[in-house]
Design a protein around this ligand. Sequence first.
Ligand code: FPP
Length: 259
Amino acid sequence: MSRALATTTASKRSPLPADLDATRLPAHVAVIMDGNGRWASRRGLPRVMGHREGVEALKRTLRLCSDWGIGALTAYAFSTENWNRPGEEVGFLMTLFERVLARELEALEQEQVRIRFLGDLEPLPAGLRELIANATARTAHNSGIHFNVCTNYGGRAELVRAARLLAERVAAGELDPASINEDLFAAQLHTAGERDPDLLIRTSGEQRISNFLLWQLAYAELHITNVLWPDFDERALHAALLDYQGRQRRFGGVDAAGA
Ligand code: FPP
């Protein structure tokens, strides 16, 4: 049922759809993968089956983004609030993350994906932390797409952590508070070194940011689709990119026509 990432060989790469402009693709796409539970419930299946299918949708999206020349994909896999779900579901998700990582590492390496896990990784099960450390190290120098998996991630917690890291340096006399600017602040975030997402996709129709990348999404274009995450496919990604390419990005300024 599950297809290994490596089944995509160079000859099987999906071409960029002709109506997309390769020179105006987002360099970084972020996704809030919502609707796994509803996808399963609608089929009379346990919620966790939706997460299993959600992994397939994530692999599909990663492969397409990589094939189409998008530089980075950041996915919200587990939020700081997700610990409040029933213990059985949390346990299933942790085991699923472990299995996916163990199973896909070779393919990620082969396809030159650089994987990183963003968030507070300390509370994760030790086995998962080991797999994460291994996958991060083994793919660190890969030249392909940056794949960021936000795990035990919360935007507010990330901002508080950044403030604390800077405060510690000020208290130690290593940093002048007057030299704190946006670049220095961004360098304390889990996403340090990654450019901000240009496009945020949220599935299942919910119109919320849900504590995701609060700093980094400042100027991202938002694409909200009613598609449930496990159904997110080439057609849905294509639609999101067409929507993105139809937007005028002004970053608080005015466009060329002065509008
Ligand atoms: C929310 O759906 C989705 C999640 C909690 C994400 C689950 C994680 C994955 C599919 C990817 C794991 C990937 C790797 C690489 C380890 P929901 O349960 O909130 O859906 P609902 O709103 O319909 O209840």
